[in-house]
Ligand binder design. Structure first.
Ligand code: SAH
Ligand code: SF4
Ligand code: F3S
Length: 463
């Protein structure tokens, strides 16, 4: 521990005192993962040591999600469990979307929590925590439309790829969605700031970046659009893979599609949330596109980007959904043949327009469950068929981590397939060429063929 770090101890800590420790537990989407990395960065720079277990930590932060009711119920339960890891003098804080949504209500529901901080308030964490240690309680949930945490150096969890927020907030108003309430209005970072961070990431030895935003392809910093951003990030020397999530179907300009097709480092996979295959449902969801618009968007992208992989999000049981409207969702899945989908049962969120729809529109749980099972079967069946056809293909993979079984390594192809590779942990971060030798239907087994040691020109949008 250097003197410089000791003197950076939190205000009030005696010089030479051990650095306090902070543990952050993260729920929700990649944006929350990126925010937790920023919080760790901010707190480490302010004199804390980051730890990866809650046991005995001086500060426990729970970075929360509010997207569906079960996301919140789980966190409330977890706050109770985490209490037993606290020792005298340690403090607990709740951050993220549920903190923003519930504000001081969190303090009432969990009395051992001292601070509640929304997504735009993390800069003040060191001071808020100092106050909390003196026994004070705080709620900080103001939006700050200028806040992009530009000067905070993220402390990244993953050794292989970097989450890079390029936009915060959302200006859409999908009637089911809490995000505009929890994240506030849309704002984009300056392109040069994003590019600066990508250079930093390369210097840390990472080769893949994932650009994040709620409707990331509506990115606009006043001068540059998302096409400019893809081209600028994709051209950074040392970057081999550029991904992004989540785009909105309405914001796929020809310029963005052309940038995807032309920049070799941009991966040939798009996560394109569809939500429903029924135009009447989409209208009630206020998604601002029809079934035909969605299909036309897919067609434009596939025409420009051969071998493009597509994944999606689907909601089942939105108010008033009929059997026919649900059948439209199934048929759209058949038509597009998604590589994979995240499927969700509709969850009413307090304050969203969907909760003001007529009570008789509510779909009974048993019908939702039956539809959900049918959708799951359909999506998995298509995914299995798509994957079976890939057997024997040779693909480039990036080794990400040790797989859950502890034996194999888990890798990703450029088109986002999960591939298990027999190699030793030293290969994490390497690019290998593997032959797809087996599939469970969802994931692949890959047999290494040639080790790629040099950067080769990448095939245009190859799968
Ligand atoms: N910004 C992204 C989605 C973010 S939320 C977009 O517009 O696509 C991730 C997914 O959660 C959504 O795509 C949607 O499928 C699901 N979701 C959001 N609110 C929900 C709710 N109230 N009930 C069920 N699923 C929901
Ligand atoms: Fe929510 Fe719609 Fe915004 Fe996505 S685009 S975050 S679903 S309001
Ligand atoms: Fe959840 Fe907030 Fe992300 S509600 S999905 S953590 S933006």
């Amino acid at each position: 521990m250097s003197d410089a770090l000791v003197t950076a101890a939190p205000i009030g800590a005696p010089i030479g005192a051990p650095r306090p420790t902070v543990y952050i537990e993260t729920y929700g989407c990649q944006m929350n993962v990126a925010d937790s990395e920023l919080m760790y960065g901010k707190l480490v720079a302010s004199g804390y040591d980051a730890v990866d277990v809650p046991d005995g930590a001086d500060v426990i932060l729970v970075n929360t999600c509010a997207i569906r009711e079960n996301a919140e119920t789980r966190v409330i339960g977890r706050l109770g469990e985490l209490k037993k890891f606290m020792r005298p003098g340690s403090v607990m804080g709740v951050t993220g979307c549920m903190a923003q949504r519930l504000g001081p209500r969190v303090l009432e529901q969990a009395r051992h929590v001292s601070i509640v901080v929304g997504p735009d308030g993390y800069r003040a964490l060191p001071e808020l925590l100092d106050g909390a240690r003196r026994g004070e309680k705080f709620t900080a949930t103001d939006f700050d439309l200028e806040e992009h945490y530009e000067d905070v150096v993220a402390r990244r969890f993953e050794g292989v790829k970097a989450w890079i927020p390029v936009q915060r907030g959302c200006d859409y108003r999908c009637t089911y969605c809490i995000v505009p309430t929890t994240r506030g209005p849309e704002r984009s970072r300056k392109l040069h700031e994003v590019v600066r961070e990508v250079h930093e990431v390369v210097n840390q030895g990472l080769t893949e970046v994932v650009l994040l935003g709620q409707t990331v392809n509506s990115y606009n910093d006043g001068t540059h659009d998302f096409a400019d951003l893809l081209r600028a990030v994709g051209a950074v020397d040392g970057i081999r893979r550029v991904r992004y999530t989540s785009p909105h179907p309405n914001d796929f300009s020809d310029r963005v599609i052309a940038a995807m097709a032309e920049v070799p480092t941009v991966c040939g996979h798009i996560h394109l949330p569809m939500q429903s295959g029924s135009t009447s449902m989409l209208k009630k969801m206020l998604r601002r596109y029809s079934r035909e618009d969605y299909l036309a968007c897919v067609e434009r992208m596939r025409a420009a980007i051969p071998g493009l992989a597509l994944t999606t999000d689907i909601i089942v049981g939105f108010p008033s959904e009929t059997d026919e409207e649900f059948a439209d969702t199934l048929s759209l899945c058949q038509e597009v043949r998604f590589d994979d989908a995240f499927m969700f049962k509709f969850s009413p969120r307090e304050g969203t327009p969907a909760t003001r729809m007529p009570a008789e529109w509510t779909i009974p749980d048993d019908i939702v469950a039956t539809r959900f099972e049918l959708l799951l079967k359909t999506v998995r069946g298509i995914s299995r068929e798509n994957n079976m056809r890939r057997l024997g293909d040779t693909v480039e993979v990036l080794i990400e981590k040790v797989a859950r079984d502890g034996e194999l390594l888990q890798a990703r192809s450029r088109d986002f397939k999960t591939i298990m590779v027999p190699a030793d942990a030293g290969a994490i971060g390497d690019y290998l060429t593997v032959k797809l030798s087996g599939t469970t239907g969802a994931t692949f087994m890959g047999t290494p063929v040639v080790e790629q040691t040099e950067r080769k020109p990448l095939p245009m949008m190859a799968g």
